[in-house]
Design a protein around this ligand. Structure first.
Ligand SMILES: Cc1cc2nc3c(=O)[nH]c(=O)nc-3n(C[C@H](O)[C@H](O)[C@H](O)COP(=O)(O)O)c2cc1C
Length: 365
C-alpha cells in the first residue's frame, strides 16, 4: 500500500478514520523555516466537517500534535511528524459494509485486495478524513512557499445542477489578493453570489437522499520559470499525481485542458511578449503555466473534478459477498452530501506540496 508521495519533499500519510489517530510524516523540508501553528490550524479548520448543511454533521476537532521536526516553531531538517487524534467515531454504522459493499466506494475493491483484513470503519484508510493530514502538510509547504513569493488559492468553480456557477480564474491576471482571500474562506468562490445557488443545489440533493459532485479550480502564482522535468517528472505529472491522491477526484486538467481538442494551433498557442518588467510572458494561458513539463512563469492553473459522494442514503443495488447474490443496500452513517466545498482547501494543500517538491527537485528552493 503506497501512501507516500514526493521526490524531494516526501510525505507519508497514515491512519484510518476510526484508528486512534491519523497523521503525516514530512521529509526533506529545508531547515530553519519558521512554521506558524495558527496558520496550520486555520487551514485545517477550513476542511473540518460540521460547518454548514453542505457537509456531514460529524464534528471533528482536527487538533494536530507535532511529535518532532520543529524546535521552537522552526524546522530542524529532521522529519516533521504530526498526528491528529480521532475523537468522533461511530463504528457500528459501518459493520454491514464488509458484506454489502457501497456502490461507488472502495469497499469492494479493498475487500478483494486485502482479503477482508482492511479496516472498513468510517472508510478506514480510504476515508476523506485522511485529507486532514494532507492539509497539515500543505499548510507547512504554503508557509515556505510564501517566503519565496509563491501563493496558492482555489475556489469551487462548479457544483452539479447549478445554472450559474462561479467565474473561472482569469488565465493571465490572477491577483495575490484574490488567492489570499480564497485561501482564508470556507466554501471559497470568486463571485459570492454563486455560493448561494451552489449551496441550494447541495441541499436539494441532500433532501432527496442523494449527492452532487463538482469542480475545484486552483492557481499557483509566482512559480519561477524552470521548475519540473520532461517526460515523467513534469509539473503536470507531479500535480496530477498528488491531486489524484485526494479521494473522489476523477479528473485533472491544466490550462485549456480537454478543450484543446477542439481548437487549432493558431488559437491554442499562447502568443509570447516581453513585458514592461523585462520578463517573458504570454497573452493567453492555454498552457496553464506549463510547457514540456516545465513551468513557464505564467499562473499555473488546473482544475480537479470530484464525483458525487458515493454514500447516499437512498436504496441502491449491491451484492452480498457472503452469499454471492444480488442485494439491496441503504447506507447509514453521517456523510457529506457534496465533498467539493471541503475539498477546496485540500486541493490547495496538494498544490502547495507539489509546488514545493517541484522547486526542491529542480534545486530552486
Ligand atoms: C473532504 C472529503 C470528504 C469526503 N467525505 C465522504 C463521505 O462523507 N462519504 C463518502 O462516501 N465519501 C466521502 N469522500 C470520498 C471517499 O473518500 C472516496 O470516494 C472513496 O475513498 C473512494 O475513492 P475514489 O472515489 O477516489 O475512488 C470524501 C472525500 C473528500 C475529499
Amino acid at each position: 500500500m503506497s501512501s507516500s508521495w514526493g521526490n524531494s519533499i516526501r510525505i507519508s500519510i497514515f491512519g484510518g478514520s476510526h484508528t486512534q489517530a491519523i497523521g503525516v510524516n514530512i521529509e526533506g523540508l529545508p531547515a530553519g523555516e519558521r512554521i506558524e501553528l495558527p496558520e496550520i490550524l486555520a487551514q485545517m479548520a477550513r476542511r473540518a466537517p460540521g460547518q454548514d448543511k453542505t457537509a456531514t454533521t460529524r464534528k471533528e476537532s482536527d487538533q494536530p500534535q507535532v511529535l518532532c521536526g520543529l524546535l521552537d516553531d522552526v524546522t530542524t531538517g529532521a522529519p516533521l511528524c504530526a498526528i491528529i487524534e480521532n475523537t468522533n467515531q461511530r463504528s457500528k454504522d459501518y459493520s454491514q459494509l464488509k458484506v454489502l459493499p457501497r456502490p461507488g466506494h472502495a469497499d469492494y475493491t479493498a475487500e478483494v485486495k486485502y482479503g477482508g483484513h482492511q479496516d472498513v470503519r468510517g472508510g478506514g484508510h480510504f476515508s476523506g478524513r485522511l485529507t486532514a493530514p494532507l492539509v497539515f502538510a500543505g499548510a507547512v509547504a504554503r508557509q515556505i512557499l510564501a517566503r519565496r513569493g509563491i501563493t496558492v488559492g482555489a475556489h469551487v468553480l462548479k457544483i452539479a445542477g447549478v445554472k450559474i456557477n462561479d467565474q473561472p480564474f482569469h488565465p493571465t491576471e490572477v491577483s495575490r489578493e484574490l488567492l489570499d482571500r480564497l485561501s482564508s474562506e470556507y466554501f471559497p468562490v470568486i463571485n459570492p453570489e454563486a455560493r448561494e445557488s451552489m449551496r441550494q443545489s447541495i441541499e436539494k440533493a441532500r433532501l432527496s437522499q442523494d449527492s452532487v459532485g463538482g469542480i475545484v479550480e486552483c492557481a499557483i502564482l509566482g512559480m519561477p520559470v524552470g521548475a519540473g522535468d520532461p517526460i515523467f517528472d513534469g509539473a503536470e505529472n507531479r500535480i496530477a499525481s498528488i491531486v489524484f491522491g485526494i479521494p473522489a477526484v476523477k479528473g485533472v486538467e491544466f490550462g485549456a485542458g480537454f478543450s484543446v481538442a477542439d481548437s487549432r494551433g493558431s488559437e491554442n498557442n499562447d502568443p509570447m511578449y516581453v513585458s514592461e518588467d523585462g520578463s517573458v510572458r504570454t497573452r493567453t494561458n492555454n498552457a496553464g503555466g506549463i510547457l514540456g513539463g516545465i513551468t513557464n512563469g505564467m499562473p499555473l492553473i488546473f482544475r480537479a473534478a470530484f464525483k458525487p459522494t458515493s454514500s447516499i442514503s437512498r436504496e441502491q443495488d449491491t451484492v452480498d459477498l457472503s452469499t454471492h447474490t444480488n442485494a439491496k443496500l441503504v447506507v447509514t452513517g453521517r456523510h457529506d452530501p457534496c465533498v467539493v466545498p471541503r475539498a477546496a482547501p485540500v486541493v490547495e494543500a496538494a498544490a502547495s506540496i507539489a509546488a514545493l517538491d517541484l522547486l526542491a527537485q529542480s534545486r530552486m528552493l
